[in-house]
Design a protein around this ligand. Structure first.
Ligand code: ZN
Length: 275
């Protein structure tokens, strides 16, 4: 940290025209008086504190899970952001994000996703799991689906769980868990995604029936979801129910219903982690 002081000293010398000779090496003791203001102490300031080196490995690392509450509360007001194309993990592009669906009564999916994600976070944290959220509130814009999909790999997570509510026809009800059908991260990660999906499926059936309008036995596989295609770790999206179905909407709009859904989601994740 001596260069700024030395550089300023040389600059001051140049401004004063005090020397045209090659600058001699400045004595360290001269720097404080040359560069300090009148308030500087008479004695030389201690050197900047160096941060302690981080331990190379934690003693017992907690497993990390990324929770991805789908969409965001500010998306609808910023189409210029959410419609921008981003990589879809399948060689093409898709919009950065979407606004999500809502119940017929107007309860927004982004709010459902956010509330459930916080409840799942609390359960997992209490069980000793470190949780990273892809967004920090329910009033922002984005992040884009590709950034959400990259996050789990970036933070060394063991699993990625996207939380959504579906917006299908009113006659269909139930939840389903989606994996990528492309397996872009290899067979090992794909097997992990399948195992994660099964754990969550088995837990979720206690509060919501498997979807009767999509997939099979509460499971589905798709090639078009960037957040799954781009993921480097076992990853699923959970469509916790159909917000356009009256029965599912009643459950999802009720805080007690969301607590029950979150409890089952957390149970499924913990079972996958073996905790
Ligand atoms: Zn959604």
């Amino acid at each position: 940290m001596r260069w700024p002081g030395a550089a300023l000293a040389l600059l001051l010398m140049g401004l004063a025209g005090c020397s045209t000779a090659a600058p001699a090496a400045q004595s360290p003791a001269a720097e404080p008086t040359t560069t300090s203001a009148a308030t500087a102490p008479a004695t030389e300031a201690p050197p900047p504190t160096q941060p302690a080196p981080a331990p190379s490995t934690p003693a017992v690392p907690a497993p990390v899970v990324v929770l991805d509450p789908g969409h965001n509360g500010g998306n609808a007001a910023h189409p210029e952001v959410v419609t921008a194309p981003v990589p879809d993990g399948a060689g093409g592009t898709k919009p950065c994000n979407t606004t999500g669906t809502a119940t017929d009564a107007g309860f927004a999916e982004h709010a459902f996703n956010w509330d459930v994600a916080l409840r799942v976070r609390d359960r997992l944290t209490a069980a000793g799991v470190a949780v990273v959220l892809t967004r920090q509130d329910d009033s922002g814009v984005g992040p884009c689906v590709d950034a959400r999909g990259r996050l789990a790999g970036e933070v060394g997570a063991s699993a990625f769980v996207g939380i959504h509510g579906d917006g299908a026809g009113a006659g269909g009800r139930g939840f389903h868990v989606i994996t990528s059908s492309l397996d872009p991260a290899g067979a090992g990660v794909a097997a992990g995604s399948d195992a994660l999906a099964l754990s969550i499926r088995d837990a979720m059936t206690a509060v919501v029936p498997p979807g009767d309008y999509v997939g099979r036995n509460g499971l589905d596989s798709r090639p078009d979801l960037a957040g799954l295609n781009i993921n480097a770790v076992p990853a699923v999206y959970v469509e916790c129910g159909n917000m356009r179905n009256a029965t599912d909407a009643a459950l999802m709009s009720d805080p007690a219903g969301r607590a029950a859904v979150a409890d089952r989601l957390a149970t499924g994740v913990l079972a996958y982690l073996g905790r």
